[in-house]
Design a protein around this ligand. Structure first.
Ligand code: CO
Length: 134
């Protein structure tokens, strides 16, 4: 079921500053900011060759990363995203094993224009897991 690691997401309090760190300090190829109101975040993707880094900044009220940043004000690793071929089949398999799917259980369209789902961190070693259909 599980495919490649699509990205590792890092929540940041200041997207411009974090982008500058990756671009200027680390010399990485940093993308343009993309607002995703449905997910309550603005994202920047950084291509690191074998995978991507997704920087996340809160967008709007009730952003899902506000509480995370309250606990980790300088930012921190937020989730990992794995690719799957069939997100509905993956969801149904996971639910059948007792894993919890966040939200209403239906995929939303993610930053790459593809369906995504999030899985409860308590079911995956304390790590929030995103699945993206590719
Ligand atoms: Co993500």
């Amino acid at each position: 079921m599980l495919g490649r690691l699509n990205h590792v997401a890092i929540a940041v309090p200041d997207l411009a500053a974090a982008s500058a760190t990756y671009r200027d300090t680390l010399g990485a190829k940093v993308g343009e900011p993309q607002a995703l109101p449905e997910h309550g975040v603005t994202v920047v993707f950084i291509d690191v060759g074998n995978t991507k880094i997704e920087l996340l900044e809160p967008l709007g009220e009730g952003s899902p990363i506000v509480a995370f940043l309250a606990k980790s004000p300088s930012g921190g690793m937020h989730h990992v995203c794995y690719e799957v071929d069939d997100i509905l089949a993956a969801r149904d398999h996971l639910k059948a094993t007792g894993a919890r799917v966040l939200g209403d259980g239906n995929p939303k369209i993610g930053a790459h224009g593809k369906p995504v789902l999030f899985l409860h961190p308590k079911d995956f070693q304390g790590t929030l897991v995103e699945l993206e259909q590719v």
